[in-house]
Design a protein around this ligand. Structure first.
Ligand code: FES
Length: 85
């Protein structure tokens, strides 16, 4: 039986990227490194989710987070990954 790793997809479409996901990507990478989660989480960039109006968007597992900011991403990561720590 394989254990499914949690997947984080950061929208790197031009709208989301220029409105905050460039920074969010760096924050997520640092968070995973600091919490030694790099081997437990799959981090991917994604093309446009066709949700630009609600962007910047980040998908974790099946859940799509909208209007993600540098502040809110930390709360989201704590909520989503806190129990893995
Ligand atoms: S660029 Fe991110 S949803 Fe379109």
């Amino acid at each position: 039986m394989t254990l499914l790793k949690k997947e984080i997809k950061i929208c790197l479409g031009s709208s989301c990227f220029s409105r905050g996901n460039k920074q969010t990507l760096q924050i997520v990478q640092k968070y995973l490194k600091d919490h030694k989660l790099e081997r437990d989480i799959i981090l991917k960039g994604n093309h446009c989710f066709s949700k630009c109006n609600a962007g910047p968007v980040v998908k974790i597992g099946d859940k799509l987070y909208e209007r993600v900011t540098a502040e809110s991403i930390l709360e989201i990561l704590e909520t989503e990954l806190g129990e893995i720590n």
